[in-house]
Design a protein around this ligand. Structure first.
Ligand SMILES: Nc1ncnc2c1ncn2[C@@H]1O[C@H](COP(=O)(O)OP(=O)(O)OP(=O)(O)O)[C@@H](O)[C@H]1O
Ligand SMILES: [Mg+2]
Length: 374
């Protein structure tokens, strides 16, 4: 009873509230598809679920949508539990991979479908369909059938159909993954614009890390059914909590180090038995600890001679070089830390790195981050 009245209220007033999952779990036999996920998706934010195949992204989204019943845990909209509410009473829009448009209906009739199902008058429906099609720049194709559209256009119709009834929340499961890269980039831009225009909460699933970084207010990284880290793209990229996150979002070098001293503004450590390295302050570290450091390739600077007064520097021999026009990707073999990958803009290289040459590398103190070795 309580759940029903809340659903009615939210669809009438169009309140966008925080969506919270509390220890949401889905098991199939003994396997945990989703394992005790606690997540709060704030009103109006664009949150991405990112993770490898089989990590539970779709299952979590389906539970939020109401198509899959959690084995345990709760889902709340604002303070109200919606765990047992039927999908059609949640007022969420959905877009899935593949377009799933009705083939015999025109573009306009496809978009009008959710309005018809909600008993909205014809004149209001027409106005809303026009607006939704304008939001995805398809007004001029309103009378076409889906098969007369390109893949990207069909996906935009699916988006228009998902926003036309002003849902409180939009759930997107890899809606762009079937498209080629160029078109995908265009549609990413459109999806962002649509998010700004409608001002509702979007939850997007992807395995494309670049899509996650460019589109999201926050990213939730999933692994084996669990959410392992949530944060802004920059926070996750610059301060990954674990090896898994550092590796999944971008590329990283991993270095073993031992903490030898802690001053106010810097942590001193050894690397490969050599002292002289520094980390930014980290409350989790104490003298005597061994830890793993993640170091992004683009934070590493290259020098033709030993840099003076630089705490974090190593020398080594160039093992491989690839040239991409914008960057050199170089692997340097060091005595202390093995092979280190680095990326350096071609315009900054005084001499093109060549296999067999000796180089010096260095990085700023805040570039190396202690991560859990998982
Ligand atoms: N109906 C089901 N019955 C049994 N196992 C299932 C079912 N649905 C999902 N699973 C399992 O749950 C796990 C999570 O699946 P899910 O589809 O949520 O992953 P995903 O992160 O969306 O993966 P992908 O990136 O490949 O789409 C997988 O191991 C999957 O095999
Ligand atoms: Mg999936």
């Amino acid at each position: 009873m309580v759940e029903k009245s809340i659903a009615k209220q939210s669809s009438e007033k169009r309140l966008v509230q925080t969506l919270t999952t509390r220890k949401v779990t889905k098991t199939y036999g003994s396997a945990h598809a989703v394992d005790a996920v606690d997540l709060a998706v704030h009103s109006g934010e664009f949150l991405t679920l990112l993770g490898p195949s089989g990590s539970g992204k779709t299952t979590l989204l389906m539970m939020i949508a109401g198509f899959v019943q959690p084995t345990s845990g709760d889902i709340l909209l604002g303070d109200a539990p919606i765990t047992n509410l039927l999908p059609e009473r949640r007022n969420f829009g959905m877009v899935f991979q593949g377009y799933a448009l009705f083939p015999h209906l025109s573009v306009a009739d496809n978009v009008a479908f959710p309005l018809k199902a909600r008993g909205i008058s014809r004149s209001e429906s027409e106005a809303r369909v026009r607006k939704a099609l304008a939001q995805v720049q398809l007004e001029h194709l309103a009378e076409r059938l889906p098969r007369q559209l390109s893949g990207g256009q069909q996906q935009r119709v699916a988006l228009a159909r998902a926003v036309v009834f002003s849902p409180d929340l939009l759930l997107l499961d890899e809606p762009l993954s079937a498209l080629d890269k160029r078109l995908r980039n265009d549609l990413q831009e459109e999806l962002k614009q649509l998010h700004r225009q409608v001002g509702k909460t979007f939850i997007n699933v992807t395995h494309d890390q670049e899509e996650a970084l460019t589109m999201s207010d926050r990213i939730a990284i999933m692994r084996d059914g669990a959410v392992v880290q949530v944060g802004s793209p920059k926070a996750l990229y610059d301060r990954p909590a674990s090896r898994f996150v550092a590796d999944f979002l971008g590329k990283s070098n991993f270095l073993d180090c031992a903490v030898t001293g802690i001053d106010n503004d810097v942590i001193r450590c050894t690397l490969g038995g050599r002292d002289f390295f520094q980390l930014a302050p980290d409350d989790a570290l104490a003298v005597g600890d061994s830890t793993l450091l993640a170091l992004r390739p683009e934070r590493i600077e290259v020098h033709a001679a030993a840099p003076e007064g630089q705490p974090n520097s190593l020398t080594g021999e160039v093992r491989s070089v690839s040239y991409t026009g914008v960057n050199f990707h170089v692997v340097v073999r060091t005595a202390e830390a093995g092979d280190i990958m680095l990326t350096t803009p071609t315009w900054r290289a005084q001499v093109a790195p060549e296999i067999g040459n000796r180089l010096w590398i260095s990085w700023p103190t805040d570039a190396a981050v202690a991560v859990a070795n998982d």
